[in-house]
Each structure stands twice: as C-alpha cells, then as structure tokens.
Design a protein around this ligand. Structure first.
Ligand code: ATP
Ligand code: MG
Length: 570
C-alpha cells in the first residue's frame, strides 16, 4: 500500500526549480504560495503542501506567501482563517508580511473580466445552472453553445455591470469565458467565471454580490503576486490549460502550475468536507480532537512540528496518488519524542502493593534518569514508600510460561528501586478480583541490583501511593477500523467504518509527583507505556493526558514485514 520515493530529496519539483534557476526563467526568483480555502481546519495533507511550498522557497532563497482563497463567502469563516494561521506558524513557517486574500484582488479581477468581455472573450449567460450543466455535454458528447453565447459586447458589458450592481437575483446570470464548447477538456467548455451570490463576505462585507470562481481567480492571484511555481494537487492537472488560457488572453505575467499527488493516509479520511461531518455528527469532540488528522488534532495529541515536517519530507513528492501507512507518521513522532520527552513513571490501571517489611513512615528519595538518550536532561528524585501502585497488567496470579513480571512467589525489580517478592494476594470476597498484593523487599537491592549477583528478568514501573497525583488518561486508537475507510463495495459511507473504540478514558491513573503543575502541551514518555502529553482540559486538581503514541516497532521492522507479506512469504 505504501509506496515511498526511494530518493525523496530529488523529487521532480526540485528538479523543475533547479532547471528554471539554471535557465534564469524567472530572473532567478523562486516565489511560491500556500492557498488554503478558509472553509475548515487544516489537515495533514495540507501540512504536506505547506512543507513543500514554504520549504522549497526557503531552500532556494525564495519567498512563500500565505494566501486565503476566500472566493466562496457561504462556507468561509473567520474562525478558520485564524486556525489556519496558527497551524502554519506552529509547523514552523513564516509568511512575514505576505499575508494575502483572494478578496484583496476582487476589484482587479473584475477589471480583468471587463477586459475579456470587451475583447469578446467572455459573455453573460442567462441559462440556469442545470441548463448550463446539461449544455456542457460529457466526456463522450460535445457541448452545445448557449443561445446567449453571441450576445453583442455592449450588451454583455451592460449586463455584467448590472450583475455587479446587484440588479439581479442569485442564479439568473453568470459570466462565462468564451472558449470552445467542443473541447475534449470539459474545463475549457466556456467555464463560468462569476456567479451572482447575495451573501456577506467575512472581509468584503456586502461590497460584492458577484464572486469569482476558483479557476478564474487562482491563476490571476498567482500572477498578481508574481508567483513562479504554483504548486497544487493532481486534480488540477486538467485545469492547467484553463489556468494558462486566462493568463494568455490577458497577456499578464505567467506563473507555471505544477501538480503533485495528494497525501492520503491509512485509517483516515482527509477532505475538510468529510472532517466537518465528523465534527457536526458528533463522532469527535471538535476539529482539534486528538483523533482527527487535523494539524490542531495532532498538536493536541502531542505531535511535534518536527515529526510532521520530517514525515512530509520522507514521503516525498510524486506524480501518482498513493496511500501512506499511518504507522510511518507514528514512527516519526516516536523518533522525535524518544530524544526530547523526559521519562516519568505513571500507572494507568493501578494495583495496590504493600511492602510488609518496609517501615511504615519511611520515605526514600530514589534517583531516576530523565532521559537515557540525553544525559543533559539530568536526573530527578522519586519518592519510595511502603504502599505503591503498580500496573494491574504486571501481575498474574496464574502466570503463563515466560512470564517475567510479578506473580505469587516471584521476584521482580522496581525501576530505580528494590527487588520485591510477591508474598500474598488479597481478593475481593464477592467478585474474586485481586485488590491488593503483599510483598517483601530486599533492602540490599537498592538502586535495582543485587550484591549477591541474583538476577531478575522483570522490571516494573511504580508510583508511591502517598505521593501519587491523580490523572485522567485518554487512550486513542485509529478513528477508522479499515485501512481504507472510503472503500465500501456496497457504496455505503465512510461513517460505517468508524472505530467505536477509538477513545478510552481512564479516570484514576496515578502519576509521579514530579508532574505537579505540568503545563498543557508538555510531553512525556511514561516508562513502558508510551508517549503522553498534557491536554488543555488539564487542571491543578486533575491532570489530563493524551496518549500520543505507544512504544512500538520501528518502521524498519514494519517495512520488512510488509515486504515479506507482499512477496507471499510468511
Ligand atoms: P480538501 O479536499 O481537504 O477540502 P482542498 O484541496 O479543498 O482540500 P484547500 O484549502 O483548497 O483544500 O487546499 C490548500 C492547498 O492544500 C491546495 O494547494 C491543495 O492542493 C493542498 N492540499 C489539500 N489537500 C491535500 C493533500 N491531501 N495532500 C497534499 N496537498 C493537499
Ligand atoms: Mg478546496
């Protein structure tokens, strides 16, 4: 499923730019733009486009603009504009003073349109939307010309001006480019340039009641801003002739459009329209729900900007659509957090352990290493006392073979602590559940080793009961069960593939006291459990953590397993 460019550094867009620099095509300039439509929050696919546009500009000494493609007032909101700015900045990119809106150019675009009308290259059509669609024909059937196609220039000018002046109702007229109704490319069959829409715009208010269509606006915005390489996704390949046609007819500066394959991820849907449905239908809590593939969701989940940038670089840039295994993204966050996240001990499903031979009121401070990958992160002290919590999963009354953790009569090491041996098991009389263990410790094994050379195979994490902080921990799994949630043979919708267990909340977790006051967004490795980050819901009373990712296989192992599977070996 995953196809990865073996040499992502040499991708075809870099080659195009290098060639253009060599031939001095744009006087040695590189100017890109990231053009989001503010109709939703950005997702990881947009991150790929952001890294590409801002990244290439950085690399070749150029600049990248942030331009909101705000040509559709009915679906756009200021909330989205703000979130997009925050996300781009968080990813580590800076548009400096180059923040633009397509709406900045509405007047200029209108003047260009008037020019085309005057030159007989655009006309006002008065067919209904359905009629226009029907007249357009299909891939196998040529289109038919509208009866209004040959309106005299003066009449077109008059009608277009009155469209702008607000004399007509929505849907009564449109402005169309006069190209070729028989073209093999449907986009060239007299595409609509303007529609009437009496709607308030988040920036221009009620100044306009005609709004430009994407194809008309986009290339001209690129031209006005002096963009050199207008990078977009593959679905715009068939629009390129139209992009070029408008620029040629107006005889203005001509950027070049370059298409690349959009990012798809397993277990994920990616379009904003679908993500909005997940939010609206209550399948997730909000756009920034940690299960969402949005940038704000990943941020809340604990992902670092670096992990996302590294992932985007690694998957490369291709001309053919493919789906990337979400485990590759998880690999990059593990790589990054392994180096930067301090390690702490937390118990998610606590089981009480009483160390019978440990003095009742004694507390020892034991030295613990913050991150063995980075000695500069130093050490901290963790309190040890007579009553502790360990992970329920780390005890089995009736252990299977090769069980190295705790069981009746077995000895294990407590990380940074002592060897303990399980002496007795206390159960709930009614349910039979284990409620407490009684253990003994060997005072000679302080620090986790025995002077007599006695070895134990298991090392458990633990928290001192009297010192533990209460925490809520939210565990996440894929939002969709199937790797490709949209691939339903019976045509049913992606919502049927939602994972009912994508979130599990554990309410009475115990974390070590060094986490007192941990700030929202702080990231940790909970030893033996995974990477976790403090959620904005967290408070002084109860800490709330999101599990960012578990501790697991390296990507190299996964790739090998996939290759073995693909080649039919088992
Ligand atoms: P969606 O389908 O999710 O609504 P979009 O393409 O309509 O996405 P825009 O706001 O128009 O969203 O996109 C801004 C830029 O991000 C465009 O240049 C678009 O090509 C790019 N982009 C969107 N989705 C992806 C993706 N999955 N992979 C790479 N680039 C993407
Ligand atoms: Mg779009």
């Amino acid at each position: 499923m995953t196809t990865i460019d073996p040499a992502p550094s040499l991708h075809f867009i870099r080659r195009i730019i290098e060639e253009d620099l060599e031939t001095n095509k744009y006087d040695g300039r590189v100017m890109t733009r990231f053009p989001p439509e503010p109709n939703g929050y950005l997702h990881i696919g947009h991150a790929k486009s952001i890294c590409l546009n801002f990244g290439l500009a950085d690399e070749y000494g150029g600049l990248c603009n942030l331009r909101f493609d705000d040509t559709n007032p009915t679906k756009e909101e200021v909330e989205y504009v703000e979130s997009i700015k925050e996300d781009v900045r968080w990813l580590g990119f800076d548009w400096e003073d180059r923040l633009y809106y397509a709406s900045d150019y509405f007047e200029q675009l209108y003047q260009y349109a008037v020019q085309l009308v005057q030159e007989g290259k655009a006309y006002v059509d008065s067919l209904s939307a359905e009629e226009i669609k029907e007249y357009r024909g299909t891939l196998t059937k040529p289109g038919r010309e509208s009866p209004h196609r040959n309106r005299p220039v003066e009449e077109n000018l008059d009608l277009f001006k009155r469209m702008r002046a607000g004399e007509f109702e929505d849907g009564t007229h449109v402005l169309r480019a006069k190209i070729d109704m028989a073209s093999g490319n449907l986009n060239m069959r007299d595409p609509v340039m303007y529609r009437i829409l009496h709607a308030e715009h988040h920036r221009t208010g009620n100044d306009w009641c005609i709004y430009p269509m994407y194809d008309w606006a986009h290339g001209l915005c690129d031209s006005i801003e002096g963009i050199t390489h207008s990078i977009c996704t593959l679905e715009f390949e068939d629009h390129r002739p139209l992009y070029n046609w408008f620029l040629e007819q107006l005889d203005v500066y001509r950027p070049q459009q370059i298409e690349f394959a959009r990012l798809n991820l397993t277990h994920t849907v990616m379009s904003k329209r679908k993500l909005l449905r997940l939010v609206k239908n209550g399948h997730v809590r909000a756009w920034d729900d940690p299960r969402m593939p949005t940038i704000s969701g990943f941020r809340r989940r604990g992902y670092t900007p670096k992990s996302i940038r590294d992932f985007c670089e690694r998957i490369g840039v291709a001309k053919k659509d493919s789906t990337v295994d979400i485990r590759l993204l998880e690999y990059y966050i593990r790589e990054d957090l392994n180096k930067r996240a301090p390690r702490v001990m937390s118990v998610l499903r606590p089981l009480r352990v009483v160390i019978d031979n440990y003095p009742e009121d004694k507390v020892e401070e034991l030295e613990a290493i913050n991150n063995p990958e980075d000695p500069a992160m130093g050490k901290r002290m963790v309190p040890f006392s007579r009553v502790l919590y360990i992970e329920r999963d780390d005890f089995r009354e009736d252990p299977p073979k090769k069980w190295f953790r705790l069981a009746p009569g077995r000895e294990v090491r407590l990380r940074y602590g002592y060897y303990i041996t399980c002496a007795d098991v206390v159960k709930d009389e009614k349910t039979g559940d284990v409620v407490e263990l009684h253990c003994t410790y060997d005072p000679e094994t302080r620090g986790g080793w025995s002077p007599d050379g006695r070895k134990v195979r298991g090392t458990l994490h633990w928290v001192s009961a009297a010192h533990a902080l209460e925490a809520e921990v939210r565990l996440y799994d894929h939002l969709f069960i199937k790797p490709d949630p949209e691939d339903e043979e019976d045509g049913s919708d992606f919502e049927v593939n939602l994972n009912p267990n994508s979130m599990e909340t554990l309410k009475s977790c115990k974390v070590e006291p060094s986490l007192t006051g941990a700030a929202s967004g702080s990231r940790y490795q909970f030893e033996r459990l995974g990477y976790f980050c403090v959620d904005p819901d967290s408070s002084d009373e109860t800490l709330v953590f999101n599990r960012t990712v578990t501790l697991r296989d390296t990507w190299a192992k996964i790739e090998k397993a996939q290759q073995t599977k693909a080649s039919g070996k088992h």
